[in-house]
Design a protein around this ligand. Sequence first.
Ligand code: SIN
Length: 304
Amino acid sequence: MDTVQGARLDVRYSGKPVGAEVCGIDLSQHLDDSTFAAIKQLFDSNGMIFFRGQSLTPEQQIAFTARFGTPDKHVRQEYALPGYPQIHLISNVKDGERSIGSAYAGDDWHTDLCFMRKPARYAFLHAIEVPTRDGKVLGDTCFASTAHAYDTLDAETRDWLDRQRGVFRYHRAQERKQQQRARDHARPPLTAAQKAATPDVSHDAVITHPETGRRCIYINKTYTFSFEGMSEEDSAPILKRLHEHITRDEAVYTHKWQTGDIIMWDNYSTQHMAVGDYALPQRRLMHRTAICGVEEFGARVLAE
Ligand code: SIN
């Protein structure tokens, strides 16, 4: 048992710079303030924590999420759980020809909504259905700490990166994904309104975590196409080296899902990637909630 913020929490650390299981808590019940403060402090310092064996109604998941801020409504409302605009379905399950959720979402390293002026802060996934094959769990999610990545960069790169800004392009990333995505899970193209809400944007390449004060690398493989003022061609080898550094094996925690898991991550201090090693009839269904950040990291909207 660890004592965190005065409350006793049963925590099992992953042994990696990110990832910790909190045992013995039922999130469907109201958490008293000292337990909540202890969870929040563990979450801030670790970046990704999880709870096994939970069974939350949509209302309970939204209520738990709301303790961390204002629940966000995902820009792709076509994948909301009917009646719950705050719950975004991540799923390969189909209703006739139509995918009920965002299929194979986040299948390369990224942080959520980093292409918005105010990027996503926290995300919460509740595992409703987890795919398996021959008893083996599929569809893992991998996490890396961007704070640890910054701390372990060589001083010269750190100093250079501190002065850079990353360019984030949602439309380009969607086009690239559309080409890679399995034919039977093609997403509808972005509407004019969705496009207008997601112009290209640049952010500081290193951000300061508002609670811990740690510096965190804020570029990622899916959405960062270049550094501001540099061509994509010149940026590519530097971005590649940074991606490899952030996601090197010894720094990555791989979450093996169980039905009922609630996992939560901090998009300021971590990156993640979902492994797409399953296909129907192996079903995967996650209920996702999120908190949009209130911070901007020098955000600048760029002309197309
Ligand atoms: C995401 O990137 O938000 C999805 C993660 C997952 O489905 O495991």
